[in-house]
Write a new protein. Structure first.
Ligand code: 0A1
Ligand code: ZN
Length: 894
């Protein structure tokens, strides 16, 4: 296969400017007719040339130019373009009025890009380049125009007809059809276009903006799911209010619509005034959704809403700027969730995810800067790097400038660029100019792939009472790259655990500044030393507090210092971090000993220091269990092992077979060592939780800690834990508890989980989102039946290759969680996944490209796994049809 890459350096501004676009859809499942009336002229300073309109999988019916039917010699059609010859245009008078009629087949569209059907309902997905599968157009984000959309369909089958903007008319037509006309007054790029038609129920509410605009809020879903939309609506209202309070940003149309569909490639899409969502991020009630699901709904609803300003009002010049809207919008949704629930816990969750997944991406063959330089398939670049690392880079501005300075920068950004398609440099300049700060060095964060490392050495000179903190930054993926601007938030605590004020030290280092009451040391050079004089000898340094930059801190702390900070640090993030580092160091050392044959799995057990810390935490949690001012989720996370994904990253090469023995053995031993305390924590937290479900930080935190304790107690093998988990399942209090009991049993007592899993299936067979869990748990934790058990899931009548959520729940969970089967020694796990990717590629390349990712890390493993994975990838490379999978597999084999 041959596929061309697109490069940022080749960017050219558009030749034509579009003044207006009118679209008319006559909807029918296998043959929808699209009439596109577009009015355009040469853009400023451009000279006439051929007009190139993007279009794929379209059947051209006719083209008129200024009302004259064009002959086939006036234009040319390729697989990807409609080209109207310069000579044809030269004979016409500008502005050019083009009327293009095409036909498409939504029912055959299993790639779910463009116009497609989800459970008989029409919907669209245009980002990144899906609009070209709907009609011929300039499918690029820097061509903005106003849209009028007329939707015509059978009224009985498709009673609801929606498009962007405001509804201007709705009329009945002959033959049982009806039509709706929508007008979006805001200029937008075509990736924000949306259309929806079908049978829906609708939950409505209202919001009055700070500017006094009355906004109608509507959530559309399958009628039977209407009762599950309340949480999404509350989240939307909270987001609208938050954006006004924090950023002074109000909504700008009279209507805000959200539509939930079951078949969707990603989480959701911020189309102007008409968001289309994967139903997973809309539907949630206590019975059917876990706390994590509900938090996901709240965050994604907010994320899409926030895009209205960061993405829609100010959009991207080209797709290389994707992080301009995504990094910024993820940062905004993170800040929102922090304000809604618990800020430290949200930070911990985000950093865990970043380290377990984004760091791996940044260390593997798909590593790219947050502003990539090239791509073959843009859809492959909706990555953790662009989104999550991008959000960390936006956070750096706030860390450097403070909240007020950041807000000033945002205000200037909107003042300058509202209605424009801009670049990440424009964002940086707005931050720079609003604050009078030179932020040129921030540019490097956009240009380097790889996770930077910051090595720290700390020494004390008693004669001078001076502390020397030596910092050295380097990026293994970009060894020659310029140094980055890295803010290190820091503090120090004395022997009694009292915070030592850096203000009292004699210090004239300009790189040490105070931002919003926190000390920040700015790294700008490859090596730098901070000298702090007049300070006592017993200080323990707390570095990179609140994870102030997305780097790997290489700092060999003593276990005693870690324990000291775990106890006294005033930054909850770093207190958590210290416990995690103790656990991680212990785990790594046991894996190494096992590799060196100094230890077998039976002998794996946590070090005394680890047991002591966890014991202290558990005892606190038990003693304080009635208190209502405690962040219980913090305890839940502090008492959890580092993700296996993060542990895997600590090794090169990864001794996967050993790791897969040691990690569960360690979990088991930790369960045994503290079994009584896990049990008591479980019971004391259960006693504090009301049987009624409440969605707030306290209750969520208590459930998280309680279920973490159940997990650990189950791992201990104690029969009483099994009974407790079974009883928790039988109580059916809410999905958070049901899910925790089943997952715990499946992981540690698979045989006992079986009757409950059957019961679960009976209860939930008609609820796709809940059934996804049933598939995911078996694919992720089922071991007894080996690979054939996973294969059987694909043959289950409820499995569907065309539903991305279902596919992810089996293939995704298998490769991410069922590591023992995925890495089984004969390599059959790799082969199985590759076979499924190949099959999926013919149906939905975008999702197939995501599913292949676990295989591309092959170079990180030991020779046997390397050879097996490489073989499987090479084989796939020769067979694959889509450029989506091709790009990823090619990069992996480079
Ligand atoms: N812009 C959306 C995510 C999204 C991206 C690509 C899609 O299709 C390829 C769909 C949705 C967001 O950030 O929410
Ligand atoms: Zn987004």
């Amino acid at each position: 296969m041959h596929a061309e890459a697109k490069w940022l350096k080749d960017y050219q501004p558009p030749v034509f400017e579009v003044m207006d676009l009118k679209l008319r859809f006559e909807l029918a499942p296998t043959s929808t007719v699209v009439t596109n009336s577009l009015c355009c002229q040469l853009a400023n300073g451009q000279v006439l040339s051929d007009m190139l309109l993007d279009g794929e999988c379209l059947t051209l019916v006719s083209i008129r130019l200024n009302d004259q039917l064009l002959a086939s010699s006036d234009y040319r059609v390729t697989d990807t373009q409609l080209i109207i010859h310069q000579a044809t245009l030269a004979q016409a008078v500008a502005p050019y009025q083009l009327d293009i009629v095409t036909e498409i087949n939504p029912q055959a569209n299993t790639a779910l890009e463009g116009l497609y059907l989800s459970s008989g309902r029409f919907c669209t997905q245009c980002e990144a380049e899906g609009f070209r599968k709907i009609t011929y157009f300039f499918d690029r984000p820097d061509v903005l125009t106003t849209y009028q959309t007329t939707v015509i369909a059978d009224k009985a089958k498709y009673p609801t007809l929606l498009a962007n903007g405001n509804l201007v008319s709705q009329t009945d037509l002959p033959d049982g059809r009806h039509q709706a006309v929508w007008v979006d007054p805001h200029k937008k790029p075509c990736y924000l276009f949306a259309l929806v038609a079908g049978e829906f129920g609708c939950l409505t509410d209202h919001y009055t903006t700070a500017e006094g605009r009355e906004v109608l809020l509507e959530i559309y879903t399958e009628p039977r799911h209407l009762a599950k939309c309340r949480h999404a609506m509350d989240s939307l209202i909270a987001s609208m209010k938050w954006d006004e309070q924090r950023f002074g940003l109000s909504y700008d149309l009279d209507r805000y619509m959200i539509v939930a569909v079951d078949d969707f490639n990603m989480g959701a899409m911020e189309n102007k005034g008409l968001n289309v969502f994967n139903s997973k991020f809309v539907l949630a009630d206590a019975d059917s959704a876990t706390d994590i699901d509900s938090e996901g709904v709240e965050a994604v609803i907010a994320h899409e809403y926030f895009h209205n300003w960061t993405g829609n009002r100010v959009t991207c010049r080209d797709w290389f700027q994707l992080t301009l809207k995504e990094g910024l919008t993820v940062f905004r949704d993170q800040e929102f969730t922090a304000d809604m629930l618990s800020a430290p816990v949200k930070r911990i969750e985000d950093v865990r995810r970043l380290r377990s997944h984004q760091f791996a991406e940044d260390a593997g063959p798909m590593a790219h800067p947050i502003q990539p330089q090239s791509y073959i398939e843009m859809n492959n670049f909706y990555t953790l790097t662009v989104y999550e690392k991008g959000a960390e880079v936006v956070r750096l501005y706030q860390t450097l400038l403070g909240r007020d300075g950041f807000r000033k920068g945002m205000d200037l950004y909107f003042q300058r660029h509202d209605g424009q398609a801009v670049t990440v440099d424009d964002f940086r300049l707005a931050m720079t100019d609003a604050n009078g700060r030179n932020l040129t060095q921030m540019q490097a964060w956009y240009q380097q792939a790889g996770t930077p490392k910051v090595a720290v050495k700390i020494t004390y000179q008693p004669e001078q009472q001076a502390w020397l903190l030596d910092f050295e930054q380097h990026n293994p993926k970009a060894p020659k790259a310029d140094p980055l601007l890295i803010p290190i938030k820091l503090a120090a605590f004395d022997g009694q655990g009292r915070a030592w004020s850096l203000a009292t030290c004699a210090n004239d280092d300009a790189a040490l500044t105070q931002v919003a009451g926190e000390w920040v040391y700015l790294l700008t050079e490859a090596t730098q030393t901070l000298r702090v004089t007049g300070a006592p000898a017993d200080l323990v340094w707390s570095l990179l507090r609140d994870f102030s930059a997305p780097v790997i801190l290489d700092y060999a702390m003593t276990p005693a210092d870690r324990l000291h900070l775990a106890k006294f640090d005033t930054d909850p993030f770093n207190r958590w971090e210290m416990v995690q580092q103790l656990l991680l160091a212990d785990l790594i050392s046991q894996v190494q000993q096992h590799e060196a044959h100094q230890l077998d799995s039976q002998q794996v057990r946590p070090a005394e220091a680890v047991v002591t810390v966890l014991k202290t935490l558990l005892t606190e949690a038990i003693t304080d269990s009635t208190r209502t001012d405690v962040d219980w989720a913090w305890y839940g996370y502090a008492l959890s092992l580092p993700d296996i994904g993060y542990v895997i990253e600590q090794f090169e090469p990864v001794p996967i077979a050993t790791l897969l023995q040691v990690y569960p053995a360690y979990q088991r031993a930790l369960g045994v060592a503290l079994a009584d305390l896990w049990q008591q924590t479980y019971h004391t937290q259960t006693a504090q939780l009301s049987t009624d479900y409440a969605y707030n930080a306290q209750a969520i935190g208590r459930r998280l800690l309680k279920n973490r304790a159940l997990q650990a107690w189950l791992a201990s093998g104690d029969a009483a834990a099994v009974t407790a988990a079974q009883a928790q399942y039988q109580r059916q209090a809410h999905m958070t508890d049901v899910s925790a009991s089943l997952q715990g049993l499946m992981q540690w007592h698979e045989a006992e989980s079986e009757p409950l899993m059957q019961d679960f299936y009976q209860r939930w067979a008609d609820q796709p989102l809940v059934l996804d869990k049933w598939f995911a748990w078996q694919a992720g934790y089922g071991k007894v039946q080996g690979l054939s058990g996973v294969q059987r899931l694909l043959e289950h009548p409820a499995f569907s290759w065309t539903n991305p959520n279902r596919v992810r729940s089996v293939l995704g969970s298998f490769a991410r969680l069922n590591l023992a089967l995925f890495h089984q020694t004969d390599g059959a796990g790799y082969q199985w996944l590759a076979d499924q990717v190949l099959r999926l590629d013919a149906i939905n390349p975008q999702v197939a490209a995501r599913m292949v990712v676990p295989l591309i890390q092959w170079r990180r493993y030991q020779p046997q796994q390397q050879a097996q994975m490489r073989q499987v990838l090479q084989d796939l490379h020769t067979k694959i049809a889509s450029k989506d999978v091709f790009e990823i597999v090619s990069k992996a084999l480079e």
